[in-house]
Design a protein around this ligand. Structure first.
Ligand code: PMP
Length: 466
């Protein structure tokens, strides 16, 4: 006799929040706290807004995770996905195959990057693109007779992903502690953040020179013959929107060239217009040998990332891969046609919108609107360029002292902003903004007004200070 089976379906009485708590292990989330406070359940999107399950609308000040650059209801992107799903929903790029749209996308990316001789490798996430760059750097040096060149230099407070190598490259302690990372051979150097790491009385130029000098000493100590690559975001996003001093990357690039170390740009946040140029390395003044892009590439509507491989590096890889009977790297979903179709449409829209001129102009609007907040008692520094900004919360503006960690002041601001209908992200005590490119001037003013209201609220709630 058949006994009653437990229902396979969630009883309709469970709320999404209950189901989520019960079954879902979240990314980058405090598990205990999640069990107490539950999820923010987002049901739909509309322009720069997202709307939760209770109908509350929020300005999405972070474009999700720095990626939904065309907002949350673009019909053209949806149409591109639908058409591709109905034409060729899947094909791959192994063994000489390619979906037609994927080849077109590679061409378009090289055009926009002004790297007509480059090649594009596709993956699905930023982490995979960064891992791919490191493997390419290893393959490059091995092919040139330097198999011992394997170490990689990255920045403290850089963020490069969550795979084993991505997390290793990241210079954020919470990416390492639980996992026994970073891997051997990953070297972290000081974050080029003048406000926090500059010495008393040190100018930006002096700070820059000191860091480059330190980097040179470190390269000598590790042995340049052992170092494959240096990787950096042009602007460090998840580390708190850090903009390195003018001239920093140019000096680093010259140093790397002297030691045959490849320069890898992690353009996953900056790429495709975020900083007011097509790519962050243009804004920051350097020329990468390899660069990883994701996020805005598809405006976040499909998971897709890529590595641009400059012509000289590609030539070496081609030679080696031919000897080895193939390039032993690539993913099932590399160059996925639906993702590629959406990305191609996103890049079309960016061109029609006049990105990067548009993001540069809206970025000026954003920073102009934010600048009066520098007088706010909680704000120590406002940084960023283009449509990305970071605000540093401090307890004491003169000494730049941070709040005690137990106050979680950044998290307080994030929550208060939400109560005012604004989603921002706090990275410790830095608050980040990276709104969709489609945000207009009035929405920028509204966003900043809501942020100010949140800051006031947190200031008064903690309010014993002058
Ligand atoms: N690099 C940078 C600069 C990023 O901001 C991110 C994601 N926030 C990544 C890499 C990792 O991308 P993904 O989460 O798609 O693997």
């Amino acid at each position: 006799e058949i006994t009653a089976m437990p229902s396979l379906h969630t009883p309709p009485t469970s709320t999404i929040a209950q189901v989520d708590r019960r079954y879902h292990l979240h990314s980058q989330t405090n598990m205990r706290r999640h069990q107490r406070q539950g999820p923010l359940v987002i049901e739909r999107g509309d322009g720069v807004h997202v709307i939760d399950e209770h109908g509350q609308a929020y300005i999405e000040g972070m474009s999700g995770l720095w990626c939904a650059s065309l907002g949350f209801s673009n019909r053209r992107l949806a149409g591109a996905a639908q058409r591709q799903l109905e034409t060729l929903p899947y094909y791959h790029t192994f063994n000489h195959r390619v979906p037609a749209v994927t080849a077109r996308l590679a061409e378009r990316i090289c055009e926009l990057a002004k790297m007509p001789e480059a090649k594009v490798f596709f993956a699905c996430s930023g982490s995979e693109a960064n891992d791919s760059m490191i493997k390419m750097a290893w393959a490059y040096h091995r092919a040139r007779g330097n198999p011992q060149k394997r170490k990689v230099i990255a920045h403290q407070r850089g963020f490069h992903g969550s795979t084993v190598m991505g997390a290793s490259l990241s210079g954020l302690p919470n990416m390492h502690a639980a996992f026994g990372l970073p891997l051997d051979g990953v070297i972290h150097v000081d974050c080029p953040h003048h406000y926090r790491n500059g010495q008393a009385g040190e100018s930006e130029a002096e700070f820059c020179a000191r860091l480059v000098n330190q980097l040179e000493k470190r390269i000598e100590a590790e042995g340049p013959q052992n170092i494959a690559a240096f990787i950096s975001e042009p602007i460090m996003g998840a580390g708190g929107v850090i903009v390195p001093p003018a001239g920093y990357f140019a000096a680093v690039q010259a140093l790397l060239a002297r030691h045959d170390i490849l320069m890898l740009a992690d353009e996953i946040i900056c790429g495709f217009g975020r900083t007011g140029q097509w790519f962050g390395h243009q804004t920051m003044g350097f020329t990468p040998d390899l660069m990883a892009c994701a996020k805005s590439l598809s405006a976040g509507y499909q998971p897709i990332s890529c590595v641009l491989v400059s012509a000289p590096v590609y030539a070496v890889l081609e030679e080696q891969s031919s000897e080895l009977d193939g390039f032993g790297h690539g993913f099932t979903y590399s160059g996925h046609p639906v993702a590629a179709a959406v990305a191609l449409e996103a890049l079309d829209i960016y061109r029609e919108m006049n990105v990067p001129l548009h993001t540069a102009a809206m970025g000026r609007e954003l920073h102009q609107c934010l600048s009066p907040l520098l007088d706010h008692p909680l704000i120590g520094e406002i940084r960023g360029i283009g449509l990305v900004a970071g605000l540093e919360l401090v307890e004491d503006k003169a000494s730049r002292a941070s709040f005690p960690a137990r106050l979680a002041i950044g998290a307080q601001v994030e929550l208060a902003a939400r109560r005012h209908g604004l989603i921002v992200r706090n990275m410790g005590d830095a608050i980040a903004l990276a709104p969709p490119y489609i945000i207009d001037a009035e929405q920028i003013r509204e966003m900043v007004a809501r942020l100010r209201a949140a800051l006031d609220e947190v200031y008064h709630a903690n309010g014993q200070r002058p």
